[in-house]
Design a protein around this ligand. Structure first.
Ligand code: SF4
Ligand code: SF4
Length: 357
């Protein structure tokens, strides 16, 4: 198929969706730029860029440049907690400690979609990009974006098509590619190859230096014998030394959930989520109490709630507006966020409660 035909097909595909419910999720990369340009040609004027707080400054400047050139408003959103606050609380992100995507990338995009009533995100994802993306379709559901449908108009395009399109419409070249970087996005990523990381260290020395301080610290507390190897690239497969601390006990009696052994005085707000007649109350109460005990205010779990009942309160911690809660228990779904909570899963010291049957 010729490029011209591919363009028409991509725009025809996007036209099926209600424009006022569609936004482009712009990453600052070449594929995403093409998707944004195609979307703007059919009148989609909303776009969002997530500044994960570990983006290259050049990419952020590029986002602003694209906004001016294309005349499309690109809203820049940021996570509730920055990458640096989270590394401090949860340790180095690695393939075994993957707290980063739900917190610094998808949390702001979910919040933006809810606030602006966005039902569809247009992306520049392409099958050719990686083995994982080989099976991608034009319409996808991403479990990290539970209330948004992902539209991938150029999923079948080749890299050659993308560059040809950029040249044809004289679009600006995204930064990074001239230095041999394969993709934009988070500067620090455990899925980057040692070669890519080598480039990152040269291109973003200040950010890398800041990260290296954490690497030194976590290598020290985990007793890593070969610190240099860990700092070089070994951190990508780090297994954090997690401690679990029992802080109290819970049981059920006729009046409901009873807290003992140190928890008596605590008022757990999330317990209001439980249905009065739930036969499985104790198990669910344990999850809700542990969620609250370990909450770091990252906001990642807010997207699990279909009615918007969950929110971060003035103290910066999880809370529930019980008037909006339908007791659907989606926020306890074990297949999402590994049990519905980042803090409960990834903190280095996790507070847990014992159950007394
Ligand atoms: S309850 Fe868990 S996922 Fe939700 S904001 Fe707190 S730490 Fe984050
Ligand atoms: S039970 Fe359902 S409605 Fe209630 S807070 Fe959890 S996800 Fe939201």
């Amino acid at each position: 198929m010729l490029l011209k035909e591919k363009e028409i097909e991509a725009m025809y595909f996007l036209r099926q969706f209600p424009i006022d419910r569609v936004a482009v999720s712009f990453s600052g990369g070449k594929d995403s730029l093409v998707a944004l340009h195609l979307a703007s040609r059919i009148g989609i004027r909303k776009a969002v860029f997530c500044d994960t707080t570990i983006e290259s400054q050049k990419v952020i400047e590029f986002v602003k440049e694209v906004e001016t050139i294309l005349g499309v408003k690109i809203d820049i959103v940021k996570p509730k907690k920055s990458f640096w606050e989270l590394v401090h609380l949860l340790g180095v992100p690695s393939v075994h400690n993957r707290w980063c995507c739900p917190t610094i990338k998808f949390q702001p995009l979910n919040e933006y979609a809810r606030k602006h009533k966005i039902e569809y995100y247009v992306t520049g994802l392409r099958r050719e990009e990686s083995v994982i993306r080989k099976e991608y379709k034009k319409i996808e559901v991403n479990p990290m974006l539970p209330h948004v449908i992902q539209l991938n108009p150029i999923v079948e395009w080749s890299e050659k098509d993308v560059w040809e399109y950029i040249r044809k419409y004289e679009l600006p070249i995204p930064p990074g590619y001239e230095n041999g970087l394969l993709r934009n996005g988070c500067v620090i990523c455990p899925y980057k190859s040692p070669k890519e990381l080598g480039k990152v260290k040269k291109l973003e020395p200040e950010m890398w230096e800041r990260f290296e301080e954490f690497l030194n610290y976590y290598a020290h507390i985990s007793g890593i014998p070969d610190k240099n190897r860990f700092i070089e690239s070994g951190w990508r497969s780090w297994r954090p030394p997690v401690k679990r601390k029992i802080v109290g006990k819970i049981k059920v009696n006729e009046s409901g959930i009873v807290l003992t052994n140190g928890l008596e005085k605590r008022n757990f707000k999330l317990l209001k989520i439980l249905k009065k007649d739930d036969p499985d109350k104790l198990k669910k109460a344990k999850i809700l109490i542990e969620k609250e005990l370990n909450c770091i205010g990252c906001g990642a779990c807010l997207s699990l709630c279909p009615t918007g009942a969950l929110y971060i309160n003035r103290e910066g911690l999880i809370d529930v507006d019980i008037g909006k809660c339908t007791h659907c228990y989606e926020c306890l779904n074990s297949s999402k966020l590994r049990g519905g909570c980042i803090g409960r899963n990834y903190k280095l010291e996790v507070f847990i409660v014992d159950v007394e049957n």
